[in-house]
Design a protein around this ligand. Sequence first.
Ligand code: PLP
Length: 503
Amino acid sequence: MGARITTRPASSDRIGVAASRLPGLVHRTTLATMGRPLTVPGREAALEHAAAIVLRAWREFDRARESESDVGPELSRLLQASLPEQGVDAIVGLDHAAGILDASIAQSRPRYFAYIGSSALEIGALADLLAHSYDINLALDSKAATRLEEQTVRWLGQFVGFPAGGGHFTSGGQLSNTTALAAARERALPGSRARGMGGVRARIYVSAEAHYSNVRAAEMLGIGADNVVSIPLDAHRRMKVDALAAAIDEDVASGYVPVAVVASGGTTLTGAVDPLGDIASMAHARGVWVHVDGAYGLPAAGTESRRHLFTGLDQVDSVSIDAHKWLSVPKACSAVLLRDPTALALTFGHHEAYMPHEDDVRPNTVDTTLEYSRPVRSLKLWLAFHVHGAIGFRESLEANLGHAELAYRLASGRDAFAVLPHPPSLSIVPLRHVHPGCPDVDAHNDALYRAMQDDGRVYISPGTIDGGTWLRPCFTNFRTTDADVVALLDVAEEIGARICPMH
Ligand SMILES: Cc1ncc(COP(=O)(O)O)c(C=O)c1O
């Protein structure tokens, strides 16, 4: 089998020779590519070259670089070129690709603290190369790869402490949340996937600082953004359970159907974890589905130091986890896990003429997923767990939690910074630079994060908290060190002091 898909020397290429005898089918290039114009010529050398590029990048990512590299004139010319009719040599092409990536903002670098970064775990990148080379389609029952996805779902549930009866991997938190909410909608309103929402007024409940993907899911599911009820926060920026109960009871009395509560397992703005156990008991007493959006924070449920924040996780109906965030594997790799996976088949099972379906002995996974064609995204997490063990992940997560504590402690101890009144729950540490010469602290911090991005030594993004502008570093990178955390504060202080007289 293997020999049939291996490029042979031109003289032994049976397809090439056969094709060359056919009038009008003689290819312009070498016999080696005869009949296979998209096989990489000299692919062994190309693979070695790609490996060398990857190794160089990994070595470079081990340490921070002093500035971001620019898109110079040569790269600009390349990026403005029109569609080439003739290709270049693969080695030259690979060098061009590497040059483009090198002049891009890479989340893999240890001083990337913006948004919620992934960090392209090395074994995960290798797994992607393997997975993409085999290019298996998980829309179908793909034998071992399908079993691997099922096993990885179980491992992930075990890691965070959620009794996953089933689930699958998706392209991201957006799709995982949408999948869970689609299942919740079908449970609250059986048949709504077929009939539509009609005049039914349905509702979803989220904390005031929940991720927007849940609102977008409500829009796509016909529930409507206006029917996403934003529940106020307590002093630690967590959803208030009494306000949630009151909102559900009032809605039911007014004829609304509560579809789901989305509890945050780490908000994107500050890392707050909603009280999952209290929410689950209250919502379940009212027959309402509880989904945990743990796209960012849920891996922390697997750590010794933060497990307590997720008490009650074992009671909820579904969870989302982005392995491409705090489990460090390359994008795109999220998972939606359900306590009772039958909800997925009820939501997504379907029939059409061109593939066997759920009544088959081995149902195709497309009957339980929103996506159709799907790569084996789980391979990168499976291989990462296989190679590093759960213990490796716990250590890396604890290290990031330590970075957050260090940042909070250092910022609290310096006059130049203000921090939130409570230490970080997870690994996001909002802070702002305060300078006596800058009375408008919001305008100053807005200018500061931009100046820091231009400077390029650290990469940071802002956040709006209670109407004010904050710097919002997030520590999710397995390459980050304590020295990188110190550098973040030093650079912010240095640039903050420097730009102050400018506005
Ligand atoms: C809490 C939360 N949910 C959902 C998402 C969306 O995830 P993705 O970008 O993987 O679609 C994010 C992204 O930052 C998030 O932080």
